[in-house]
Design a protein. Structure first.
Lengths: 461, 596
């Protein structure tokens, strides 16, 4: 905290969108927190975006409509944006800037932390290897998640991604973990969706072990850039200071990206792809890289961001750059969704990068890796047979291709399809997989090692 | 670092993210390193206009204010070179992350400076040059056993030359010790130390280039056999997310036949580096029998670390690579990924308000890329040794679009292009190197090596296999329209053999104990076996054996599994498989009723 703390300043030079331009103020620092009071007495938060000898630019987190240049007062905090952290955050709901939204007094905090966070020294990271069971077969077997991973759900408007996120939150289990702490950040969500989440958290009894930060669709864009950072600051405290295992749901990163573009345009920056700023990748990384584990500390921070692919386009800058930062992705598919399959997880484009070291004997089961590879190979053949069928018709297909069409249907209806309230253990999931393998000729099972075939397949036949 | 750093050279007048401006009372130089603010954050001067200097700062700038002091270092961004680099982990401006973790804890704070190489560590130095002899830059003064597998030659720095006045006797010395003095003709006397510094943006000099004649073996069949890299050349490896770039880079880090590996994690994930730190010490270098970590230098500027340091990281990496090259070693630089480096360039350019060329990238993107790739090469060093720097850089094209600027420019400056294919990756065919979209312009220069060292038939077999795979690609397009069943048997054979190639040759699991790396001899044997099956298959078709029956033979499954069933020391088993192949195909042909 510097000498400028508490200094007041009256009058703005210019206003453009969420940005306020003022004369230079001695002692003002880059990224300092600002409190703006309008002539009508309403208060908004803000922060310093750039400073020079002549002027400073302040980003306002709140509506700027109705503000006038004169008579507007600024008060400088003399420090960057911070969030008070403590165990008492659990059970509470905050707005996008970390202010209580649940009509309760501010929580008791043990310290204030800069929301930008600090970079974990890569040498101090613990390589994540502990299997996180979601109870969802398609995820547990094929894109296994580990504690400390960041893996987004790539989805489209109207898909049941919130049901899936809630199911994961509800069913998440890991050896030695009683309960996960949950940190939820709503990023530009419509009120109806946010209410659905709140209702689900309340009825499931998860509320007491969760912290929510709500930035809704009609909240200011600039505030949305702060919300995930508040959420992660809270999550880091719970994970790395309190030793809890924390699941962070960020919904929806696409809204976040849009806000970044909006603020960037207001600042007059040179755009790159589709008008997004050139630093979109680095900015997303500064959020996602806050997942992980640290050597010698008990907790973990796992992130499941939800990314809506605009028009279902996976190459759109937001899903594209997210995919480059995160450790895999779970992709939801329109075809499956239309056929009424829940969860509509597209097997082939989904992937977990941290899977191979987190599964197998002593972690899940010895046959996990082979079973996953075999199932992928079979699904790839289903895909090929289907695209062939759409061109030349079912009658022209070879016997082998027809068998894979049948296999595909069986896979979708018995393995993929799952009730939103049903949790399958990894053993049950593997058993289902072997039931499917029994439908295929043994000569096609090239990914399964012969001893595993002898042990598990014979039992099914 | 000669200037008095206590006197501020200037004061900040503007802060906007990672780029700051200062008014300087003392003139600073372009590319000079500066210390910014009271916390002494590292920065570099990137533009000068009158007494206003524009600087990029290699650390977070939050909390800097107008009026904060700037101190000039007196020199450009440089790296410290000497024994102790191997096995270390640095950030993009060579801060030792492993030692910072010990002294500063779990998080990277600001203004934390440590000497890149520990100054308290002693090294046993053995002089090899005698006092009184004439030396030039690049000559060795003596050696240090940096690891049990690598002799570190202490070299007279480039641009220095004259009479070696004295050299210390054998004994233990630290990084700061002077080991000898060189008297130049001009009368200047130069200290030669155990460590030296070199500015990262200038290539280290050498005598002359050598042509590419030996392969840089990677142990990966699809690369070594089909799209080989030569020692001293550069390769680009583009691939969308999830196509296995990182696993491939890790494989190359483990199996590439180089003396030293410099791995630059440039704007990538923190956990990937952690994975390497966790696995490398347990993996053994098959050539030296020592842990792989001992031949590796990691430079980690993960995606959440400051962007300007990411821009510097590949230069830090390639300068260290050149330093080992100058000792006569073959060095491989792996950069993951140059796209993130280019984005750092774009970000800084944007903050400077420069006019962008394509997709916001600055117009000098291609010249910067060219300058970087041109630092690869097999050379005769100043000291007369042969050494090389090879570069393999991963590229992360936006949206998987290979026409984007970074991919396109890289293509112009590298001889090898390994395209990773999303379709293959989704079908879990790894490495997902697309045979159709990859190439190597140096394969012709390497034919002699394969001819002499492995088999005279290599070049012919390679060409035949590539032709077969390409033909199969065309036939598959037809089959997709009319169905495979309607094609004549000879064409169906081509398609099926190509599938067998995918299964038994191109596919190579990074996690398979026997097959993660493949020797040239085994590559050649597998290639021959599969082509042999094709030839015998054609014979069998001529004798009336239907394709369906041919592919029902047990040998087919054996061929598909052969690469993972038999390792490098089981070539004899593969020979036996060849005999079985001939028998089974022959028997099938004979049993056909209309066979002659």
């Amino acid at each position: 905290m510097t000498a400028i703390a508490g200094v007041e300043y009256v009058g703005l030079k210019a206003l453009r969108g969420p940005l306020a331009f003022i004369d230079a103020v001695p002692g003002l620092s880059f990224h300092d927190q600002v409190e703006l009071t309008a002539p009508d007495g309403t208060v908004r938060a803000g922060r310093v975006l750039s400073i020079s000898e002549k002027a400073a630019v302040v980003e306002i987190f709140g509506p700027t409509d109705g503000l006038k240049l004169g008579n507007t007062r600024l008060r400088f905090e003399g420090s960057p944006l911070r969030l008070g952290v403590g165990r008492e955050l659990l059970g509470r709901t905050f707005d996008g800037l970390g202010r209580p939204r649940d009509d309760l007094p501010p929580p008791l905090v043990v310290e204030e932390r800069a929301i930008e966070g600090v970079v974990i020294n890569p040498c101090r990271r613990e390589y994540p290897r502990d299997f996180l069971e979601t109870g969802i077969s398609a995820i547990d077997l094929l894109t296994s998640v580990v504690l400390g991973q960041k893996i987004p759900i790539f989805t489209e408007a109207g898909f049941p991604h919130d049901t899936l996120a809630l199911q994961i939150v509800q069913q998440a289990r890991a050896p030695g973990v009683e309960h996960f702490a949950i940190v939820f950040a709503a990023l530009g969500l419509p009120r109806s969706v946010a209410l659905r989440y709140e209702e689900a958290f309340r009825t499931s009894g998860a509320l007491s072990r969760m912290v929510a930060f709500m930035n809704l669709a009609d909240d200011p864009a600039a505030e949305r850039l702060i919300t995930p950072r508040c959420a992660l600051t809270a999550a880091e405290y719970l994970a790395f200071d309190c030793g809890m295992h924390v699941l962070v749901i960020l919904h929806d990163i696409t809204n976040y990206g849009e806000s970044l573009r909006e603020v960037s345009a207001a600042r007059g920056e040179v755009p790159s792809r589709k008008g997004y700023p050139g630093y979109l990748y680095s900015d997303l990384a500064s959020i996602f890289e806050r997942a992980g584990r640290i050597k010698g500390r008990a907790g973990s921070l796992t992130q499941i961001p939800i990314v809506t692919m605009p028009s279902g386009d996976i190459t759109h800058p937001i899903p594209d750059l997210t995919g480059y930062v995160t450790e895999g992705q779970i992709v939801l598919d329109r075809g499956l969704e239309r056929r009424g399959i829940y969860p509509p997880i597209a097997v082939l484009p989904s992937l977990s990068r941290l899977m191979s070291d987190g599964i197998g004997a002593g972690r899940t089961r010895e046959d996990h890796e082979d079973a996953a590879r075999q199932l992928y190979a079979a699904c790839a053949r289903v895909e090929r047979a289907r695209s062939l069928e759409s061109i030349i018709g079912r009658d022209e297909l070879s016997e082998g291709e027809r068998r894979y069409l049948q296999f595909g249907e069986l896979f979708e209806t018995t393995f993929l399809r799952q009730d939103p309230n049903q949790a399958r253990s990894i053993e049950d999931t593997l058993s289902l997989a072997w039931t499917l393998f029994a439908e295929l000729p043994v000569s096609d099972l090239t990914r399964l090692s012969p001893p595993l075939v002898a042990r598990y397949l014979e039992a099914k036949r | 670092m000669t200037r008095d750093a206590t006197e501020p050279a200037g004061r900040l007048i503007e802060v906007s993210g990672a780029v700051v401006r200062a008014r300087c009372g003392v003139p600073v130089a372009l590319a000079e390193v500066v210390w910014v603010g009271d916390e002494r954050l590292i920065g570099e001067v990137i533009a000068l206009d009158g007494d206003i200097a524009t600087m990029q700062v290699y650390e977070e700038t939050e909390g800097l204010c107008v009026g904060a002091p700037i101190a000039a270092s007196g020199g450009p961004l440089s790296v410290t070179l000497g024994p102790g680099l191997l096995g270390s982990v640095f950030d993009g401006v060579q801060r030792p992350l492993d030692r910072l973790a010990l002294s500063q804890g779990d998080f990277l704070g600001r203004g934390q400076h440590l000497e890149p190489l520990a100054t308290d560590r002693l090294w046993e130095f053995r002089p090899t040059a005698a006092a009184g002899s004439t030396v030039v830059g690049g000559d060795a003064l003596g050696t240090v056993s940096e690891t049990p597998a690598l002799e570190h030659h202490v070299l007279v720095p480039p641009m220095v030359g004259g009479t070696l006045v004295d050299v210390v006797p054998q004994g233990s010395y630290s990084a700061s010790d002077v080991l000898g003095h060189v008297q130049a003709a001009s009368g200047d006397r130069v200290d030669v130390r155990l460590v030296q510094r070199w500015r990262v943006r200038a290539p280290r000099p050498f005598r002359h280039h050598l042509p590419a004649t030996t392969p840089l073996l990677t142990g990966q069949r699809v690369l070594d056999t089909f799209f080989p890299l030569a020692c001293g050349s550069a390769a680009g490896m583009p691939g969308g997310f999830g196509t296995g770039k990182t696993v491939m880079q890790h494989q190359l880090c483990r199996w590439a036949q180089a003396d030293v590996i410099v791995f630059v994690g440039c704007g990538e994930r923190g956990n990937e580096l952690t994975e390497m730190l966790w696995k490398l010490p347990d993996l053994v270098d098959p050539r030296s029998g020592r842990p792989l970590a001992e031949r590796t230098i990691l430079i980690a500027n993960t995606s959440n670390m400051p962007v300007p340091a990411r821009e510097a990281s590949i230069y830090t990496g390639v300068t260290i690579a050149e330093y080992y090259r100058d000792m006569g070693y073959h060095v491989l630089l792996l950069a993951d990924s140059t796209s993130r480096w280019a984005e750092a360039l774009r970000e800084i350019s944007g903050r400077l308000g420069e006019i962008p060329a394509e997709e916001g990238y600055p117009s000098y993107l291609s010249s910067r890329l060219a300058a970087f790739y041109e630092r690869a090469g097999r050379v005769v060093t100043l000291g007369g040794r042969e050494g090389s720097v090879s570069i393999i850089s991963a590229i992360s094209p936006a949206g998987g679009d290979l026409t984007e600027p970074v991919t396109r420019h890289t293509q112009r400056f590298t001889g090898c292009f390994w395209t990773l294919d999303k379709k293959l990756a989704e079908a879990r065919v790894f490495p997902a190197v697309s045979v159709e979209d990859s190439y190597s312009t140096v394969s012709i220069d390497l034919e002699r090596w394969w001819h002499d060292e492995v088999s005279p038939e290599w070049a012919a077999r390679r060409r035949e296999a590539l032709k077969l795979l390409e033909h199969a690609g065309q036939l598959r397009n037809t089959a997709r329209l009319v169905g495979e069943e309607t094609l004549p048997d000879r064409q169906r054979l081509v398609i099926r053999v190509a599938e067998l190639f995918e299964e038994g040759f191109l596919r190579q699991s990074a996690y398979d104990v026997k097959d993660a790396s493949c020797s040239p001899a085994r590559q050649m044997r597998l290639l021959s076996l599969l082509l042999e099956f094709y030839h015998r298959g054609l014979d069998a078709l001529d004798r009336g054996v239907p394709v369906r029956e041919l592919f029902g033979l047990p040998i087919v499954a054996a061929l598909a599994r052969a690469s993972s069933a038999f390792g490098d020391d089981q070539i004899a088993e593969l020979d036996r498989l060849g005999t079985v192949l001939v028998e089974q195909c022959g028997a099938a042909a004979r049993s056909e009723p209309d066979a002659a």
